[in-house]
Design a protein around this ligand. Structure first.
Ligand SMILES: NC(=O)c1ccc[n+]([C@@H]2O[C@H](COP(=O)([O-])OP(=O)(O)OC[C@H]3O[C@@H](n4cnc5c(N)ncnc54)[C@H](OP(=O)(O)O)[C@@H]3O)[C@@H](O)[C@H]2O)c1
Length: 238
């Protein structure tokens, strides 16, 4: 059984701050119930969860290349959304039939989808610029099907190896999609004035997933191969 069950909030995760019971109902009660019913029925649950339960800290500094591992305890509960997701991940560890996939900043080749991370940040008035682990769905969703076939359970950091920053993504957007594209940056303090809950920024260690799937591309290679090349609108440089 596969599940993408979860509330992330509309228009964004700030919604969860003012709808706590609804957020618990889906992200905790719903997810646990599903895991429990699957266990009763002898089914493995492939649970598309989140890696937004970590933030850079002194042992995992931005740019250090030291990512959070599967066994690390979540250190980011700054938003109610992340808090529910961290709590449910902890409880799900007790279910031997669950495969928890920590997805981050999902990107797909469908640039018309407003939920696509690239589409989202290309429409923001101002954007922060922080390296993060991200998930290229075109590459990783087929891998999750294969994980089910292999009966894998437990926690997996479900991102491409390495990090990419907002500006690096937007530079690729300008190179491949719209050569006239421009954007403005702002810093975390300025961002804090236009959002309610803090956001998670982190790097996840992908050694476990890469060991199982050695062909897994780095985030930058995957972005170009699965997203930007198939969508190219600008002429190829001579
Ligand atoms: N989007 C992100 O940036 C992001 C990043 C990392 C991880 N994730 C995780 O990935 C998963 C999918 O996220 P998404 O962005 O695809 O969210 P989404 O578009 O809002 O989809 C969530 C799904 O959950 C279902 N759902 C919500 N509440 C439900 C309930 N009470 N009972 C039954 N079904 C319910 C929704 O059904 P309906 O369509 O019928 O409402 C929908 O199919 C979530 O667990 C999320 O936490 C998302």
């Amino acid at each position: 059984m596969y599940s993408t069950l979860g509330v992330t909030g509309r228009p964004n995760v700030d919604w969860c701050e003012s709808h706590k019971v609804e957020t618990i109902r889906t992200n905790v009660v719903g997810t646990l119930t599903l895991a429990d019913v699957c266990r009763e029925k002898g089914l493995i649950l492939i649970n598309y969860a989140t890696g937004c339960i970590f933030e850079y800290d002194s042992d995992h500094q931005l740019g250090s290349g030291l990512g959070f591992k599967e066994e690390d305890t979540p250190n980011f509960t700054g938003s109610f959304y992340s808090k529910t997701k961290a709590m449910v991940e902890e409880l799900l560890k007790n279910y031997d039939n669950v495969c928890t996939l920590r997805v981050r900043m999902p990107i797909s080749s469908d640039l018309s989808n407003p939920r696509n991370f690239i589409t989202k940040i290309s429409r923001y008035e101002k954007v922060v610029n922080i390296p993060n682990s991200m998930t290229i769905l075109d590459e990783l969703l087929p891998i999750s099907i294969e994980m089910a076939k292999r009966n894998l359970t437990g926690i997996y950091n479900f991102t491409n190896p390495g990090c990419v920053s907002h500006n690096e993504v937007l530079e690729l957007y300008r190179e491949y999609i719209d050569s006239t594209f421009t954007w403005k940056n702002f810093n975390l303090e300025e961002q804090a004035k236009v959002i309610i809950a803090p956001r998670s920024n982190n790097e996840l260690d992908t050694t476990k997933l890469k060991t199982e799937f050695p062909e897994l591309l780095s985030i930058k290679e995957s972005l170009v191969k699965f997203v930007f090349e198939p969508n190219r609108k600008t002429p190829v440089a001579a």
